[in-house]
Ligand binder design. Structure first.
Ligand code: ZN
Length: 236
């Protein structure tokens, strides 16, 4: 693993700033416009990101006190909260996003070395040290800043973040059935292999496009012969 705890803290702050800057001053019209995610308005997306900050604050509380406080009470509750959030007025959502973000940052700033080492459980059921919380948050704020469809692109995200995210997704995709692909970046020295079926497809492009492709977002990648990069199966 190439990323460090300090990297993740920095990326989490950078992604948060992108999100807050992108949504600054938005009224009903901007908030009710579609996001880049299927069936989700920007209201759904912002509710999801704010709920994630609250959920991660639960993990911070767990690490700080030892009291088991899961991210969400259940997947159903998680979805219901997003649906309810999407019906809130724009000003309410903007306030929730700002306050949940501040609460999480404040909570993380209060953890000592021993508390950061405490084990917590993610929404996917993985047991991880609390030091993973900034990375979990980085992924949410950085990728969803792009999903807002408000002018932020993968190329605006830190290169180190893009590489760390690609590392993560390649690990997760390695157990899923898909086409065999070897990805080589043109602007960094990165190379990833996705094991899979059929002849290996060689795909080349900038790191930002490679990462967008891996996480299932719109991209411009082609194979080395100029034909489209093979479609990847869903991964989450
Ligand atoms: Zn998310």
């Amino acid at each position: 693993m190439r990323r460090t705890f300090d990297d993740a803290l920095r990326w989490s702050e950078a992604g948060t700033k992108l999100l807050l800057d992108a949504t600054a001053g938005w009224g009903e019209e901007q908030y009710t416009a579609p996001s880049a995610l299927p069936d989700w308005s920007r209201k759904h997306l912002v509710a999801h990101v704010a709920a994630d900050a609250d959920a991660l604050s639960n993990l911070v509380h767990w690490a700080a006190t030892g009291e088991e406080t899961p991210m969400y009470s259940s997947p159903q509750q998680r979805n219901a909260d997003i649906a309810a959030g999407a019906t809130e007025p724009a000003a309410e959502l903007a306030g929730w996003l700002r306050e949940s973000t501040e609460r999480l940052a404040f909570g993380m700033a209060g953890l000592n070395t021993e508390q950061w080492r405490a084990e917590v459980v993610t929404a996917q059921g993985r047991t991880v040290p609390a030091t993973e919380i900034p990375w979990l948050r980085s992924r949410e704020v950085c990728v969803h800043a792009v999903d807002l469809a408000a002018g932020v692109a993968f190329a605006d995200l830190p290169l180190g973040f893009l590489a760390a995210l690609a590392d993560d997704v390649v690990t997760m995709r390695s157990s899923a059935l898909g086409p065999a692909v070897v990805l080589t970046t043109t602007d960094t020295d990165d190379r990833w292999a996705l094991p899979g079926e059929g002849a290996i497809a060689p795909v080349v492009g900038p790191l930002a496009e490679v990462t967008a492709y891996l996480v299932g977002r719109p991209h411009t990648l082609t194979k080395t012969d100029g034909s489209p990069a093979p479609a990847l199966p869903a991964w989450l």
